[in-house]
Design a protein around this ligand. Sequence first.
Ligand code: EPU
Length: 337
Amino acid sequence: MEIQSNFSLKKHNTFGIEAKAKQFVAVHSVNELKTILEEYKSEKKFILGGGSNMLLTKDIEALVIHIDLKGKKIIKEDDDFVWVESQAGETWHEFVLWTIDNNFGGLENMSLIPGNVGTTPVQNIGAYGTEIKDTFVSCEAMNIETQKIKTFINAECNFGYRESIFKNEAKDQYIITSVVYKLTKRNHKINISYGDISAELAKNNITNPTLKDVSNAVISIRQSKLPDPKELGNSGSFFKNPILLKSNFEKIHQKFPEMKYYEVSETEVKVPAGWLIEQAGFKGKRFGDAGVHKNQALVLVNYGNATGQEILAVSREVQKTVFEKFGIHIEAEVNVI
Ligand code: EPU
């Protein structure tokens, strides 16, 4: 394990922001991770996965531990289901494609989400009507203080919309090292309820879609709307879609009857932040090298040399204008460091 000093994190965050780590180490096994945590017990530490859900606004004055644990395997199966375990450092999309090649169902709607397997439970990633909590069985996580491994089962993770225990009570206490998903081997629950997917399949005259068809449809929708971080730095949706109490929403809706919304419970509705931001006039707007994406207003982008502070400033301007126009606060989804 090589510890590097003053290490550039530009290639380790999908926003492509230039920021330095005081020290950096990549760990390739659970044992290496344990050794580093023991040896650097009193040092400040920062855990880095795929770097796809963070905005670096300053250098990191800590030992950055990059979780690079690889490997995936079937740990159990019966006639209908398979339990697949993946190490935290596997690239999520490659893992999803591997499950589809094996005809294992459940992850296809989440094709092409950037990031690594280990971070999927942290924010309960989701897309096109599916969330990780629907297939997540458990994960193993190392306690940073004691180096003991703890298994968190689904019910212990307190999953919510882009939320989990790892963003709340257990924040900064654990490092997820592997995740187990339960996937279907037959009678796949194909979910094409999301309008964009059914439209994409209809366009290609597909009436009885396979897992691969659904994955391809998702890939094609994402590629048409969302920028590829390899070409244009970004972190996916920068904001969460706000959830409002119906009573509050109804007052706002009277003023803006064209506002889009989805019911999420008997008392709450979700409003697409992309719509609010577009209506506030920010879609496609550029401020120096920082900006709001032209096809999906929920995504902030780095055109090349934006600093994290510049992107943060754009996000604040967006929040302020949306609040002034609609009286709705939109909260960042990415972790601002
Ligand atoms: N919309 C606009 N203008 C925009 C963007 C969206 O009017 O610029 C409207 C759309 O017309 C649509 C509604 O907003 O009526 C929803 O848009 P979309 O289907 O693109 O989904 P989203 O709510 O903007 C969420 C997730 C995405 C996920 C998609 C598809 C969040 C914060 N984002 O976006 O997740 O891919 O649904 O399921 O929940 C991510 O988290 O990084 C991410 C990309």
